[in-house]
Design a protein around this ligand. Structure first.
Ligand code: CA
Length: 537
C-alpha cells in the first residue's frame, strides 16, 4: 500500500491545493490570486477581454471590482499608476486608463478625485479620449462638480491650436461597438461642461465644435487657419488643390475627404506630416497605392522614421502596434482581401527594429535564462490586449526580446509536454509569429520548464515563464518544482511569471522574494524582468 504516492509535502497535484493561501484557477488548478493593485496593473496594460475560460463580462467585472477596492484602499497609488501607464504609453490601448480614471473621478474620497482631476489632461489627450472618458464616467457616479470641471478645463486650458486640431479630427465618434447609446460628440460634452471664456479665438473653436462651422465674425487668427483649411479641402475640386492645401497647412490624412485617399500623389504629399502611428497603420495602403515604391526616397524616409527611437517614444508607439503592423504588412493582403501589395523588405526590417526600440531600455542580465512559453490550448484563443494576436503569438514575440539581447538564453515551449522552440536572434517577427501559430496545442503544466532543467541538469539562474496561469495538469506545482530545482542545482534560482491574460491568477508564490509576477506587453516588462534577474529587485 502506497501513501507517499498520494501525499508528499514537496509534491502536490496541481488540481489539489498545496498551500492554504492558494485559490482555484478557472482550469481547476490551484495557484495564487494577485493582489488588487497587481490586478489593476494587468487591467491597465492588457484590458479585459474574453478568454478561453471566461466571457468578457467576467473579466471586466473582476477587474472593476479590484479597481474599486484598490481605489478605496490606496487611491493615490492607483491614480499614480494610471498616470504612469498612460503617459509613458506602456499599454497597447489607452481605454483601460480612461476607464480607471473615470472610476477615480467617481470615488467618495475628495483627495482621490482631486488627484484624478490633476492627471486628467495628461491621460485625456485627444478628442476621442475625451468621448471615452465621458462615456465611462456615466457608468460610474456620473457628472459630479469636480468631473465637470475636469472636462471644462480640457477645453479651456490646452493651447487653442491643439484644441482646434482635436475638434476637427474627432467631431463625434461611437465610443463602443454595437452600443447605440455610446455615440459622443463635443456638442454633448459642451452641453454638460459649459466652458466659459472671453477669448474670441477659443470661442470660435468651441462654436465650431458645436455647429461644424466657424461663426460669421470669427477673428483672423493663426489658430483658426486649420479650421479654414479644413473647410477649403472639403470644398476642393481637383487633386492639385488638395495637394496644395495639404502642403501649405501640413494637414494629416484624417482631414482629407475619402474620395482623394485613393491617390498615390495625395499620400506622397501627406507622408512628411503623417504622424508615426498613422504611418504604421497605413504602410500597407501606401505600398498598395504605389506611394511607397521599391528604391524610392520615400521608402528611405519611412524606414528612418520607423527606427528613430525618440520619435517612437514621443508618439507613444507600443510594441504590439508594431507587431500587428509587421504581421499584416508581411502577409501582402488585407484582412478583407480588398487590398494587395508587395511587401517591401526594408519596411519589414524597419518594423522589426522598431519593435525592440519601443520597449523601455533593458540592460542585458548576463545571467543564464530559461524562457518557457505556454502553448496550451487556452493560450491560442482570444486577443492580447485587444490586438489581433493570440496570447501565445504575442508571447513568442515578447520572448524574442531576450533572444535579441542576451548571451545565454534558451527557449522552449510547453503544454502538457515539452516542445523545442528555438528563437534565433533577429528572426523576422512575422515568421516567428507564424511559426508559433503552427505549434500544437495541449493541456497545461507550468511546472515543466523547471522539471526539464532538473532532468537535463541545466544551470539556470532565472526561469521566465509566459503563461495565462491556468495550469492544472501537472503532478507537481510550479513553485514546488522550483524549490526542488533550487535544492538540487541552484539555491538562488529565480522565477519570473509573465502574465499574458488579464485574469487574477499567478503561479508565482507571493511570499517568495525569488519569484516575480509581471504583466505581458507592458513596455516596462523587459526592464523589470532583467533588473529582477540581475538581483536588483
Ligand atoms: Ca492553458
Amino acid at each position: 500500500m502506497s501513501y507517499r504516492k498520494y501525499f508528499d509535502r514537496f509534491r502536490t497535484l496541481q488540481l489539489w491545493r498545496a498551500r492554504a493561501d492558494q485559490v482555484r484557477n478557472r482550469a481547476g488548478g490551484y495557484v495564487w490570486e494577485v493582489d488588487d493593485l497587481a490586478r489593476v496593473r494587468r487591467f491597465l496594460i492588457l484590458g479585459a477581454f474574453a478568454t478561453y475560460y471566461a466571457r468578457r463580462h467576467v473579466h471586466v467585472k473582476g477587474s472593476t471590482d479590484a479597481l474599486l477596492r484598490a481605489l478605496e484602499k490606496d487611491g493615490a497609488r492607483v491614480v499614480e499608476e494610471i498616470h504612469d501607464v498612460s503617459v509613458h504609453g506602456r499599454a497597447y490601448k489607452n481605454e483601460p486608463a480612461l476607464f480607471a480614471l473615470a472610476a477615480a473621478l467617481s470615488t467618495p474620497s475628495l483627495e482621490v478625485r482631486q488627484a484624478a482631476e490633476r492627471i486628467f489632461p495628461d491621460v485625456v489627450r485627444t478628442g476621442m479620449h475625451l468621448f471615452q472618458a465621458a462615456h465611462y464616467l456615466e457608468g460610474f457616479r456620473g457628472w459630479g462638480r469636480l468631473a465637470r470641471r475636469a472636462f471644462t478645463n480640457w477645453y479651456l486650458n490646452q493651447p487653442v491650436d491643439r484644441l482646434a486640431y482635436q475638434v476637427i479630427k474627432y467631431q463625434g465618434r461611437r465610443v463602443e461597438e454595437g452600443d447605440k447609446g455610446s455615440r459622443w460628440a463635443h456638442r454633448d460634452i459642451l452641453r454638460l461642461a459649459h466652458p466659459q471664456t472671453s477669448d474670441p479665438v477659443r470661442n470660435a473653436v468651441l462654436y465650431y465644435a458645436v455647429k461644424g462651422e466657424l461663426p460669421a465674425n470669427a477673428p483672423e487668427d493663426e489658430a483658426l487657419r486649420l479650421l479654414r483649411a479644413y473647410q477649403a479641402i472639403k470644398a476642393a475640386q481637383t487633386e492639385g488643390e488638395v495637394i496644395d492645401l495639404i502642403q501649405r497647412y501640413r494637414l494629416t490624412w484624417e482631414f482629407v475627404p475619402g474620395q482623394w485617399l485613393g491617390s498615390a500623389d495625395v499620400w506622397r504629399a501627406l507622408l512628411p506630416g503623417l504622424p508615426l502611428a498613422a504611418l504604421i497603420r497605413n504602410l500597407a495602403r501606401l505600398t498598395a497605392l504605389g506611394a511607397l515604391k521599391p528604391l524610392s526616397p520615400e521608402v528611405q524616409e519611412v524606414t528612418q522614421r520607423l527606427t528613430n527611437m525618440d520619435a517612437l517614444r514621443k508618439a507613444r508607439i507600443h510594441p504590439l502596434q508594431v507587431l500587428v503592423a509587421a504581421k499584416i504588412y508581411s502577409a501582402g493582403f488585407g484582412v478583407l482581401g480588398s487590398l494587395q501589395w508587395e511587401p517591401l523588405a526594408p519596411v519589414m526590417d524597419a518594423l522589426d527594429k522598431a519593435f525592440y526600440l519601443t520597449f523601455e531600455n533593458a540592460e542585458p542580465t548576463g545571467k543564464r535564462l530559461l524562457v518557457g512559453l505556454d502553448i496550451s490550448g487556452s493560450m491560442g484563443w482570444g486577443r492580447v490586449a485587444g490586438a489581433p494576436l493570440t496570447p501565445r503569438e504575442a508571447a513568442a514575440a515578447l520572448a524574442s526580446v531576450w533572444a535579441a539581447k542576451e548571451q545565454t538564453v534558451h527557449f522552449m515551449a510547453f503544454s502538457e509536454t515539452l516542445h523545442p522552440f528555438p528563437i534565433q536572434r533577429r528572426e523576422p517577427l512575422a515568421r516567428l509569429v507564424r511559426r508559433m501559430a503552427a505549434m500544437p496545442f495541449g493541456r497545461t503544466d507550468c511546472a515543466l520548464p523547471m522539471l526539464y532543467a532538473r532532468q537535463k541538469r541545466l544551470k539556470v539562474d532565472t526561469f521566465i515563464i509566459l503563461t495565462d496561469n491556468e495550469t492544472w495538469f501537472g503532478k507537481i506545482h510550479p513553485f514546488q518544482a522550483l524549490q526542488q530545482y533550487r535544492r538540487k542545482y541552484n539555491p538562488e534560482a529565480r522565477l519570473v511569471v509573465v502574465g499574458m491574460i488579464s485574469n487574477g491568477f499567478t503561479i508565482a508564490d507571493p511570499t517568495d522574494p525569488g519569484m516575480l509576477d509581471v504583466v505581458g506587453f507592458d513596455t516596462a516588462t523587459p526592464r523589470l524582468v532583467n533588473a529582477f534577474a540581475r538581483g536588483e529587485v
